[in-house]
Design a protein around this ligand. Sequence first.
Ligand code: NAD
Length: 499
Amino acid sequence: MQELTHYINGAHVKGTSGRFADVYNPATGEVQAKCPLASVAEMDQAVAAAEAAQPAWAAVNPQRRARVMMKFVDLLHRDMDKLAEALSREHGKTLPDAKGDVIRGLEVVEYCIGAPQMLKGDFTDSAGPGIDMYSMRQALGVTAGITPFNFPAMIPMWMFAPAIVCGNAFILKPSERDPSVPLMLAELMEEAGAPKGILQVVNGDKEAVDAILQNEVIQSVGFVGSTPIAAYIYAEGCANGKRVQCFGGAKNHMIIMPDADMTQAADALVGAGYGAAGERCMAISVAVAVGDGTADRLLEKLVPKVETLKVGPYTSGDDVDYGPVVTAAAKANIERLVQTGIDQGATLAVDGRDFKLQGYEDGFFVGPHLFDNVTPDMDIYKHEIFGPVLSTVRVDTYEDGLKLAMDHEYGNGTAIFTRDGDTARDFANRVNVGMVGVNVPIPVPLAYHTFGGWKKSVFGDLNQHGPDAFKFYTRTKTVTSRWPSGLKEGGEFSIPVME
Ligand code: NAD
């Protein structure tokens, strides 16, 4: 049995707490490795190494720090196949999707190469008589991030690339379900030129997270995961005086107007609903069909596509549409929610309950499910299922569809499929959701824009990546300077104003 490590101060170190989590191969159901769960002492060791390394790193000029990112991009390309294979083996997603996971993170690293421009300050010459004023963006110091299982490459890179290029040290606490890729990324960052202690990986569970939240040296905490944990980390982190941004769960609605091309809408739904087995925070989990007959026309196209989805292990090649879910517990939770849908009166238009894959009977595979006649009071509508289950809700009018998306507690992503520009524009303007697609089912913004939901999908002010990341990972300091020749004689007792 492989025993995974932490990556502390430039070296792989074995866990010393005596506690481990099982890391599965979701396709076979076998435990393939043990992930060490850090104690407070192990976290403190990483924090001490980060604190020692960070000042010298912050003093390296931004252009040189950006060069480390350039080299890191090259290394990610060099090791792409290795990274994707390790990612698929622990997560279960298909190889092309695993490469996408790495590439969307790599794009944030590319954006961070622009750090010298992003970190330039402001300067006012002669703000008053003989007075100059300038603002600079300084690194926070030691920063930390806690990431979910579903994007083990992209989400760590969303956080550590901007943190590090801004001059911080970063401690990553990845998901204990798929920790191998984060460990590989830390090695590659060092090969690219990051000094020891600047990117460390401390594996663990709640104990390691609490050690981050309670450590006085750590200045900021980034979190991506489920909403209850996001709320906890935000409250605790803020109470302990840290800068915190937390991103939570989702229930993304796609509104299908009667004038939409139903073939295009069905294609979009099948990819956005079932890709990565529905384990994406931007997956579409609710299809809202607007108007008489729209749902029937949509389902006529959608049902055959869902019924013929190819479900299999990543080792079966590139034509598999999606793989297993991450754990037996995730599978059991999906099956439980599907049963509530049936019990509460929804129509199971595609029934994936009997899905079996020969040779992989112990894997965590879930067949595709499609519900029709779902209503907002049902559990399958209210809760995030995070599996290959799409719910169809029938509404009479556009306003009813808009209201559904707006009334849901989550506000991560949403989409509208229509040919009508007025309706699309109205939807994009009025909907209270952070990321909106117009005839685009998964509107994940590119690295130079920012990523973030609204409502219970986010806790904090600034989004991920884009210009917000440079704000989150730096503090502004403003200097007002006057040379002795500009000083008046005697003390000044009123608040100075610049005349
Ligand atoms: P999760 O909340 O179970 O775990 C996320 C992280 O929190 C992991 O590192 C885990 O070790 C840690 N954690 C778990 N329980 C904890 C506890 N009690 N106290 C402290 N830390 C704890 O989430 P997950 O299952 O890994 O990921 C799926 C969830 O993440 C879904 O809800 C999905 O919507 C969400 N997600 C959101 C976004 C976004 O950008 N909004 C992106 C990806 C995933």
